[in-house]
Design a protein around this ligand. Structure first.
Ligand code: PGA
Length: 252
């Protein structure tokens, strides 16, 4: 399976004009260098309001959203459902990002969202990751285990293979201080082993585990060397098209 490189634009850029400029420059970069686009599955997750602006004809990007609600429709002011995202052409939805969890999103809510995303036939990108304090106290693995078990609590075992697990240690996000390749690899082994216990070995072998947190063109290559990590969730570096194209190009 090809590596998957996901751009998480977060709350950027601030105008449709700039969003189009960024999208078009990525598009041109990929069109001019087809070998880059063959190397990886590339997913762009812009803010909701730009999702319908992008035209994908002639490029092999996929579209993703940064969050969703857990109901299909109804009286839920301000929410956006996976069904609406599917209608706009999304294939992936990021769920449980630490920046959303920091605003009160619980494991139970994350589980409901994953379930709805899967029921809509989209791929969830399930974010997990410990904070600095948990890491210092040696609680990384127990915390990840809790997040994974609770996030998957109501998910049918057979659907777990469609989930992309994104290991994003909070202390590495936006800090310029990425997790080492060895640590990311060790976490990938841990996650796969846990999924094997939950859903069986066959499914555990199929899941994709990616890394996110200060990924850039200087460090991207390292994470592929041991084979456990099969892509990235890229924040800051995905807002510069040249840098993001370089990261895709380094994927093997
Ligand atoms: P970063 O963000 O690449 O800017 O560290 C990653 C993320 O939060 O998804």
């Amino acid at each position: 399976m090809k590596p998957i490189i996901i751009a998480n634009w977060k709350c950027n850029p601030t105008s449709q004009k700039e969003a189009m400029r960024l999208f078009n420059s990525l598009k041109t970069g990929l069109k001019n260098n087809r070998s880059i686009s063959e190397k990886a599955e590339v997913v762009i997750c812009p803010p909701f309001v730009y999702l319908s602006s992008f035209k994908f004809k002639g490029v092999s990007f996929k579209l993703g959203a940064q969050d969703c609600f857990w109901e299909e429709k109804g009286a839920h002011t301000g929410e956006i459902s996976p069904l609406m995202l599917k209608d706009l052409g999304c294939s992936y939805v990021i769920v449980g990002h630490s920046e959303r969890r920091a605003m009160g999103e619980s494991d139970e809510m994350v589980c409901l969202k994953i379930k709805e995303v899967l029921d809509t036939n989209l791929f969830p990108v399930f974010c997990i990751g410990e904070n600095e304090e948990q890491r210092k106290k040696g609680k990384t693995f127990s915390f990840l285990e809790k997040q994974i078990k609770q996030g998957l609590k109501d998910i049918p075992r057979t659907k777990i293979e469609k989930i992309v697990f994104a290991y994003e240690p909070i202390w590495a996000i936006g800090t310029g201080n990425p997790c080492s390749e060895d640590e990311a690899f060790t976490v990938s082994l841990f996650v796969r082993k846990l999924i094997s216990k939950i859903a069986g070995n066959k499914i555990a072998k199929k899941i994709r585990i990616i890394y996110g947190g200060s990924v850039n063109s200087q460090n991207a290559k390292d994470y592929f060397s041991q084979g456990g990590i099969s892509g990235f969730l890229v924040g800051g570096a995905s807002l510069k098209s040249k840098e993001f194209l370089k990261i895709i190009n380094l994927s093997t």
